[in-house]
Design a protein around this ligand. Structure first.
Ligand code: SF4
Length: 263
């Protein structure tokens, strides 16, 4: 028992040291990335799979968030508030504890280096058991209940990042929960009582809104390929690629200023 506790403490120390070294080194050294960035956020990489031109324009000509975006943030925060507040050190140490049922840690902070670029993010939900990651869950609020490529990329990168930090992701699944926008201020969501949060049903509709939940195996090779492609933009190896579909341009807030717009 004591040997196990010592092993967990040593592993927690390794994980935290590696994380801090990577993030500190990136922030304190001269930027080699576009826009003077020192790190690249997982959420930005995911957006590249919708449209890289939009990512670029969002940095060069930032727009205030829409009401729909703000509502999505509110819904997101409502579920995250279900977690017990803890420091990063406490979260890493709890993630390594041997236990029968996995422990869900909300907004788990991650950071790792890939080909010299530091990637950072916050995992909506990471379910840990004895240093292994059973599940990564990602929540989205949207006008439609589809599971889009950007969602897969984002959740897959969270799985990859946890593995690169030192957790066991050999049998990790990721789950994507998509809620209709009107769900954002639902009391059942805020209290954790919405049926979809149990993970035992694929879809749920109530008098207010509806949502879906789908789980997928983590495909490390696919995620590495996606990451390699995305980082080529940040390191300046290639220019931003425009969206490939007219529908994306029609829905884009930059369609009037973008020189690649199909709308
Ligand atoms: S208009 Fe189309 S190509 Fe241009 S930024 Fe928007 S989605 Fe991308």
């Amino acid at each position: 028992m004591e040997a196990e506790l010592l092993r967990q403490a040593a592993l927690a120390g390794d994980i935290l040291t590696r994380y801090e070294r990577v993030v500190r080194a990136a922030r304190s050294s001269a930027s080699t990335l576009r826009f003077g960035r020192h790190t690249v956020a997982v959420s930005s990489i995911a957006q590249q799979f919708y449209c890289e031109k939009a990512v670029q324009l969002g940095i060069e000509r930032p727009l205030a968030p829409t009401q729909e975006m703000r509502n999505g943030t509110t819904g997101h925060e409502a579920v995250a508030a279900l977690g017990v507040p803890m420091t990063h050190e406490e979260a890493v140490s709890q993630a390594l504890v041997e236990r029968e049922m996995p422990l869900c840690i909300y907004e788990f902070r991650i950071g790792w280096q890939h080909n010299g670029v530091t990637v950072t993010g916050f995992v909506d939900e990471a379910w840990f058991r004895g240093g292994g990651v059973d599940l990564v869950a990602e929540r989205k609020f949207s006008g439609s209940l589809g599971v889009y490529s950007t969602y897969h990329v984002q959740a897959g990168l969270y799985c990859l990042g946890l593995g690169q930090m030192g957790f066991d992701t050999s049998s990790t699944l990721y789950r994507i929960n998509v809620f209709k926008r009107e769900c954002y201020n639902c009391e059942k969501l805020a209290s954790g009582d919405c049926t979809i949060l149990s993970g035992e049903t694929a879809s749920y509709t109530c008098e207010r809104g509806s949502c879906i939940s789908q789980s997928f195996p983590f495909d490390r090779e696919q995620v590495l390929n996606d990451l390699d492609w995305a980082l080529q933009f940040w390191t300046g190896e290639r220019e931003a690629q425009p969206a490939t579909s007219e529908a994306r341009c029609r829905a884009c807030r930059y369609k009037r200023v973008c020189d690649s717009s199909r709308a």
